[in-house]
Unconditional design. Structure first.
Length: 394
């Protein structure tokens, strides 16, 4: 009798494990969402637009390119008092359950961003399915317009934005990083700003892509302005997020021609200090780059000439940093570099007394730059290619 009870007790866990698939949902009952766009609708309500995969594209039917994305995805939208309400209405218009595990792109229109994004971020973070490593953007116009494009290369416009972000050519921000920045000491941050590329003359209707151009500047969860692509580069230097992009500059003596370097490697350090009532932030930057084009008459093989090129490189980096600092401090008054966090870490007690005055303090912070730049490689040739030897400056 005892043996039978023991055997029966051993079977109970196995019986429980057999019920593991009781709540499964088949793939053909799901609608795979690839992107979500948020716009302002009538009566100040929110409009949610989703891009989702069509079932036949998942089975390999249909092509890519040349407008093939129109057969791979579809777009639907609904309006509600908030995201949860709008999505519940949207679900009633679809015969399949929305699945957010594949959604890698979230786009706020600039109108939504100006109103505030905290409530929207709360929904996205609280929901169990959206990935925290998904990318977040602010659109120049309607956010939904970016989802209604048919890329010539990728299957979906959401995939275009994901690929562009992964290439590290510009600034990028994930949902997880956004949630952290919302509660940071500075209460200011940047979000990649997207535009729609003008389609070529031979392209079919809507056959173009969204692309990243500059950043939206956020303060207290609201958009206060936008920085151009050129100014954004300075922000990436300060925040130590320099990616795979090209730096082009001229020599200090205003000689003809430019020098281009790529890739760029950088180590950035923020050093805060306080002297009396003056708050000082020193930006230490050690940067390196490989020469990919030399339009000048200078020969980088000469150590003296190379030293001059390094100085010109330093000045180019300094100008980019100062241009961004000027706009952040005096145009937007937004600490997108998190200087506040650096002061808090070094002066925790003083920061607790002064943090309420940070809006008045930040524009007055004296920023000093200490930049060391070096061109590490000049390429396969030394003297400028195609230039007579007697014209080369050494």
């Amino acid at each position: 009798m005892i043996r039978r009870l023991i055997r029966f007790s051993l079977l109970i866990p196995l019986i429980v494990m057999l019920t593991g698939c009781w709540d499964r949902i088949e793939l053909n009952d799901l609608s795979l969402v690839t992107a979500l766009a948020l716009d302002v609708g009538e009566n100040n309500q929110i409009v949610t637009t989703i891009q989702f995969q069509l079932p036949r594209s998942l089975s390999g039917v249909g092509g890519t390119g040349g407008g093939g994305a129109s057969r791979d995805t579809a777009v639907r939208h609904a309006q509600g008092t908030n995201i949860a309400d709008a999505l519940s209405k949207l679900q009633r218009r679809l015969p399949r359950k929305l699945f957010w595990g594949q959604c890698k792109i979230f786009i706020f229109s600039h109108e939504v961003a100006k109103k505030g994004i905290q409530d929207s971020v709360d929904f996205l973070i609280r929901h169990p399915q959206p990935r925290e490593r998904s990318y977040v953007f602010v659109s120049d116009g309607r956010a939904a317009d970016s989802l209604e494009l048919f890329p010539p290369l990728e299957r979906t416009s959401a995939e275009v934005l994901r690929e562009l972000s992964d290439m590290n050519l510009g600034f990028k921000l994930t949902l997880e990083q956004l949630s952290i920045k919302l509660i940071s000491e500075s209460k200011a941050f940047a979000i990649p700003y997207i535009h729609i590329l003008k389609k070529s003359k031979s392209a079919e209707p809507q056959q173009t892509i969204p692309y990243i151009y500059g950043t939206a500047i956020m303060k207290d969860d609201r958009m206060v302005g936008a920085m151009s692509e050129k100014v954004m580069r300075g922000m990436m230097w300060i925040t130590n997020e320099v990616g795979e992009y090209t730096v082009t500059f001229g020599m200090k003596d205003d000689s003809e021609g430019l020098i281009s370097l790529k890739p760029i490697r950088a180590r950035i350090k923020l050093v805060p200090s306080i002297r009396g009532d003056q708050w000082i932030m020193k930006i230490k930057a050690h940067v390196e780059g490989d020469m990919v084009q030399n339009e000048t008459a200078y020969n980088p093989a000469d150590p003296t000439v190379l030293s001059k090129m390094d100085k010109a490189f330093e000045e180019a980096v300094r100008r980019r940093i100062e241009l961004c600092l000027n706009q952040a401090q005096h145009k937007f008054n937004a600490d997108i570099f998190d200087f506040a966090g650096a002061y808090h870490r070094k002066y925790p007690k003083l920061w607790e007394r002064e943090k309420k005055n940070w809006d008045q303090r930040f524009p007055q912070v004296e920023v000093k730059t200490e930049i060391m730049a070096h061109i590490t490689r000049s390429g396969l040739i030394q003297a400028p290619g195609g230039m007579p030897k007697e014209e080369v400056i050494e």
